[in-house]
Design a protein around this ligand. Sequence first.
Ligand code: ZN
Length: 81
Amino acid sequence: MCDETTADQETQEPALLHVAPPGHSRAGHRAFGWCSRCSGREVWEELLAWRQRDNEALDETKTADRAGYPSLEAEAVNADG
Ligand SMILES: [Zn+2]
């Protein structure tokens, strides 16, 4: 089955997929060139890389990823009650 959103309109061939070694993450290899299944890498490294990538995409790198305590949401609830 061919996904129309990724198919080449002239050839109806599927768009080229990013590849990774068997058992590895295609998304990880596409985004970083490595994944947590690569030799010498661990899951926490890939998790950190995804978090940093998302914070960079939203231009939130100047703010710590870990939310403060109490969170802004908790402060809003306490202010109301
Ligand atoms: Zn890998």
